[in-house]
Design a protein around this ligand. Structure first.
Ligand code: F0G
Length: 464
C-alpha cells in the first residue's frame, strides 16, 4: 500500500465498519476495525493504518477540540476531558532572532494532562471501550502514561504503565500515580518497556495504547488539521514547514496522515502540504541517522541518553510511516545537543511559553537548520512544543535561576531587590558560595557585613 502524498481515496472494502477499516501499510491486507484486536498486520506484521472511505474536507469540521475533526475519526465522540484547541503562539522576538518570515509555536503542553498524548488517548480509550477490553497498558517515557492514567480513569478502566526506571520526569510519574495507574518501573530503557508491553498485549493480558496502536495516531492527526486551519485563518495561507520533536515518530506519521487525507479529498493541493522536519536529541537520534543517509529503515540504537527524557528512544516504531512523511514532503531531520535544547527551553520561557526539554528540541532544531542555511529566511514555520514545563520540574530548575533567600522583613526584602549585588543576604549568599570555591577577602568582608546585619535585625525585632 502506498503512503504517497498523492494516494487517491479508496473504495470501501467488505470488512469496513461504517466506512472505516484497518489496512497494512506493507502488504495492503485489510481488516475489520472493531471485530478483533489488531495492532500490526496478522499476515506480515507490518504497521496498520485506519482508512476511511470518505477522506475529510475542511467544510466537514465543526465544533472545537479533537472532536471538531470527527469526520476524520472513527467515532463521533470519545472519552474526553476535553483536549485539543491548543494555542498557536506568536513569538516576535524569537522569530526575528532566528530569522524566518513567520514563526508560531503550537503549544501542545496546554492539553488537559499537559501533552499532545491526550489527543491520541481520547480516541484510543473510546476504541478500547468499543472493543470491550479490560486492562489498558502502555510503555512510556512519561507523558503517554500520564494521559493513559487520566483517560483510563475517566473511562472507568484499569490502567498499567511500564516506565524506564529512573528516567521519567517527576511530574509525569506523579500524574500516573494520582490518576490511579499501576506503575511498573523496568530496569531498562523505553524500548525494552515497549517490548514487554507488546508481549503482554500479544498474550491478551492488556490492551496496548502506545502509538503502535493505529487509533492513537487518528487523534494525534488533529494537530495537523488545527495547525492548517489556524495558520490559514491568520495568514491566508498554510505554513511552509512544521518542525517537531521525534521519539517514536508517532506525531510525524500522524501529521503526514492528516495531510494525505486532505489531499485525497481534494481539500489541499500537494504543493500546499507543509514540509515535515523532525528533531531528535544527539544521544537518541536513529531517525536522523536514517534520514541523513537517505535510508528507508531505521537502525535500533541500544544505548540512548539525553536530558530530554521524553524522547530518549532508540527504536522509533512508527518510522515506516514517518519516513515517507519526511521524504515525500521534502523535509529533513536534525539532531541537537542537550545544551541547545536547554537554550531553546530558556528562550521559549522568555516568551512566556513553558515547555519541557523534549518540546524545546523543535526550536533548537529550527535554529540549527536556519543557521546552516537548510531553512531559508522566507519560510513560514510552525514549531510543535509537545509537553508542558511542569512535566519536568527538575529540568526547569536546572535551566532557570535559583531562588534567593531573604529575611522575613519588608525593609530587608526591599533592600535586597533594589540592590541585588550589594543586598545584605543575597550578596552574602553569593559571596559565601564563591568563598567556598576560593576563600578570600571579599567573602570575609561580605560575611562580616552579613553578621553585623543579622545582629542588627535581632536587635530591632527585640525592640518590637
Ligand atoms: N515530545 C514529548 C513531550 C513526548 O512525550 C514525546 C513522546 C515526544 C515528543 C515524541 O513523540 O513519539 O510521537 O515522536 N513520548 C512518548 C511517551 C514516547 O511515552 O510519553 P513521538
Amino acid at each position: 500500500m502506498s503512503l504517497e502524498l498523492s494516494a487517491p481515496a479508496q473504495s470501501e472494502p467488505a470488512c469496513a465498519d461504517d466506512g472505516v477499516w484497518l489496512e497494512c501499510i506493507e502488504c495492503g491486507e485489510q481488516f475489520a476495525p472493531f471485530d478483533a484486536i489488531h495492532y500490526t498486520c496478522a499476515d506480515c506484521d507490518g504497521l496498520l493504518e485506519v482508512r476511511y472511505a470518505d477522506p475529510p474536507t475542511f467544510e466537514d469540521f465543526e465544533g472545537s477540540g479533537v472532536w471538531r475533526y470527527n469526520a476524520a475519526l472513527p467515532f463521533e465522540e470519545g472519552v474526553t476531558l476535553p483536549e485539543g484547541d491548543t494555542p498557536l503562539h506568536e513569538v516576535p522576538r524569537l522569530r526575528e532572532e532566528i530569522g524566518v518570515d513567520s514563526l508560531r509555536i503550537k503549544h501542545e503542553g496546554m492539553n488537559p494532562t499537559g501533552a499532545f498524548k491526550d489527543r491520541g488517548m481520547t480516541v484510543g480509550v473510546a476504541v478500547a471501550k468499543e472493543l470491550g477490553v479490560g486492562r489498558l497498558a502502555c510503555a512510556s517515557t512519561g507523558n503517554t502514561s500520564a494521559a493513559l492514567a487520566a483517560y483510563g480513569a475517566r473511562g472507568g478502566m484499569e490502567t498499567l504503565v511500564l516506565l524506564p526506571s529512573g528516567k521519567v520526569a517527576a511530574g509525569k510519574i506523579a500524574q500516573a500515580s494520582l490518576h490511579g495507574a499501576r506503575i511498573l518501573e523496568v530496569d531498562g530503557n523505553f524500548d525494552s518497556c515497549l517490548d514487554i508491553v507488546q508481549d503482554l498485549a500479544g498474550l491478551g493480558e492488556v490492551y496496548l495504547l502506545n502509538s503502535l496502536n493505529p487509533f492513537r495516531l487518528e487523534g494525534q492527526k488533529t494537530i495537523g488539521f488545527e495547525i492548517l486551519e489556524e495558520h490559514y485563518e491568520d495568514y491566508g495561507e498554510y505554513p511552509d514547514r512544521i518542525v517537531l520533536p521525534v521519539g517514536n515518530a508517532g506525531n510525524t506519521a500522524a501529521l503526514y496522515k492528516a495531510f494525505r487525507e486532505l489531499v485525497a479529498s481534494g481539500a489541499l493541493d500537494e504543493d500546499q502540504v507543509p514540509t515535515l522536519t523532525g528533531v531528535q536529541a544527539e544521544g537518541a537520534a536513529p531517525m536522523v541517522e536514517a534520514v541523513q543517509n537517505g535510508r528507508d529503515e531505521v537502525r535500533r540504537w541500544d544505548d540512548v541518553e539525553t536530558r530530554a527524557t521524553a524522547i530518549r528512544i532508540g527504536n522509533p516504531v512508527n518510522a515506516p510511516k514517518a519516513l515517507p512523511g519526511i521524504y515525500n514532503t521534502g523535509g529533513t531531520a536534525v539532531a541537537v545537543s542537550d545544551d541547545e535544547i536547554t537554550d531553546a527551553q530558556r528562550q521559549l520561557a522568555e516568551a512566556g511559553i513553558g515547555v519541557e526539554p523534549a518540546s524545546a528540541a523543535s526550536v533548537a532544531g529550527l535554529r540549527k537548520l536556519r543557521a546552516n542555511g537548510e531553512i531559508s529566511a522566507d519560510e513560514s514555520v510552525v514549531c510543535l512544543t509537545t509537553g508542558h514545563l511542569l512535566k519536568d520540574p527538575d529540568a526547569a530548575f536546572e535551566a532557570g535561576g535559583d531562588p534567593e533567600p531573604v529575611p522575613n522583613d519588608t525593609e530587608a526584602v526591599l533592600e535586597h531587590i533594589n540592590d541585588e549585588e550589594a543586598g545584605p543576604l543575597g550578596g552574602i549568599t553569593r559571596k559565601l558560595s564563591a568563598a567556598a570555591d576560593s576563600p578570600g577577602v571579599p567573602a570575609l568582608i561580605g560575611g562580616g557585613i552579613g553578621l553585623a546585619y543579622l545582629a542588627y535585625r535581632r536587635l530591632r525585632s527585640d525592640d518590637a
